[in-house]
Design a protein around this ligand. Structure first.
Ligand code: GTP
Ligand code: MG
Length: 352
């Protein structure tokens, strides 16, 4: 899963990226227009830590998300659809960083968020409009057109013109099927990060205004953090980190919350496997079946799937393994149709 960090110039994108990824990319507006930073980020999960501890496993493998730090949108780009790099279209979700630390900025945070949303919707509109023109031209030449696609693209273009992000729209499965290939930015799950000054949370009015914005109704979340403090935190070793956070009255790094929020918004849930060799947290799309989950471990596991033995990971940890879970009648045998729950510990039975 890939997440792209975007924002207006100097909003703190690279700072937030460094904090999330424990990376050390140069901050301070040295970002070259074509420079993109990339990092794989472990999703913090206390359940994995506890499982690891209980199993005394040799290796711990966390669920991961890939984060990208993009340069600011290129205003005055020749094609408005290229205001954002192509790679952003290949991301599964978008995190927008809004500068709330610099009081000298003229526009309000909401206005700046709207400007960014406007850039994304314009880029999407141009993609939809170009496709629409092409489909109409092809139809005029007598080519057999797919009526669903034209209708869906038309609808998308109209909504975008009205300033409605596509993620706000209840498209049918068929429409979504037609639209998916265009990788519309405004259709992707969207997290807004209010990047605040040191020692102060974002002011409540700003948060309320952004949450109440009609463009922020579906598949969106708002959170706030101080990128600068968070970046310093991540640079410290474990012991100093706790003391540093306590000084700021923070319980856990805000980046941990941001990563989990993003994970949720991507509709990912976690199942666990593991024994002495390794404890493992696996991300799967919500609604995945047991064989699909097995397929994340190995293609053969999916093909040869027979059954899954499942127990809530908390019980697995508390009782000390699958055998006691069986005894306590907590372990269940599930078949091909079983839909995986967040927090399942799973033993797969397969035949290969
Ligand atoms: N006081 C304060 N300064 C910050 C914060 N976040 C970022 N900055 C400063 O703002 C400047 C720009 O930060 P970057 O993280 O490079 O911003 P950016 O959005 O990546 O910038 P570009 O990629 O050039 O658009 C740096 O000098 C940072 O130290 C913050 O939370 N508080
Ligand atoms: Mg940057």
């Amino acid at each position: 899963m890939r997440v792209g960090i975007i924002g207006l110039p100097h909003s703190g994108k690279t700072t937030v990226f460094n904090a999330v990824a424990g990376a050390q990319a140069a901050v301070g507006g040295f970002g070259q227009p074509d420079e993109i930073h990339r990092a794989t980020v472990k999703v913090p999960d206390p359940r994995l830590d506890a499982l690891h501890e209980m199993l005394q496993a040799k290796k711990k493998v966390a669920a991961e998300i890939e984060f990208f730090d993009f340069p600011p949108p290129v205003r005055g780009a020749k094609d408005s659809e290229n205001v954002f790099p192509q790679l952003l279209r290949e991301c599964d979700g978008i995190v927008a960083v809004i500068n709330c630390y610099d009081p000298s900025l003229e526009q309000t945070p909401l206005e700046r968020l709207r400007s960014l949303q406007g850039d994304m919707m314009l880029a999407d509109f141009i993609v939809a409009d170009k496709r629409k023109a092409k489909l109409i031209k092809e139809a005029a030449r007598g080519a057999k057109a797919d009526p669903t696609e034209l209708a869906a693209v038309n609808k998308a273009a109209e909504l975008l013109e009205e300033g409605i992000p596509l993620r706000n729209v209840d498209f049918s499965e068929r429409e979504l099927g037609s639209l998916r290939g265009f990788a519309f930015l405004s259709l992707k799950p969207f997290v807004v990060v209010l990047n605040t000054a040191e020692g102060g949370p974002a002011d409540a009015r700003t948060i309320t205004a952004i949450e109440a914005d009609p463009q922020m109704t579906a598949h969106t979340a708002v959170t706030s953090l101080c990128g600068k403090v968070e970046m310093e935190v991540i640079g410290l070793d474990q012991n100093d980190r706790a003391a540093f956070l306590a000084d700021f009255g923070i319980e856990e790094p805000a980046t941990a919350k941001l990563i989990r929020l993003t994970y949720d918004l991507l509709e990912l849930i976690t199942f666990f496997t593991g024994a002495e060799k390794e404890s493992h947290a696996w991300p799967v799309k919500r609604g995945s079946t047991a064989p699909e989950a097995a397929g994340h471990i190995h293609q053969d596991f999916q093909r040869g799937f027979i059954r899954a033995e499942v127990a809530p990971v908390e019980d697995f940890i508390r009782l000390g393994g699958m055998a006691p879970c069986r005894k306590a009648a907590i372990a269940r045998l599930e078949g091909k149709e079983y839909v995986v729950n967040d927090g399942d510990y799973i033993l797969f039975r397969f035949n290969i």
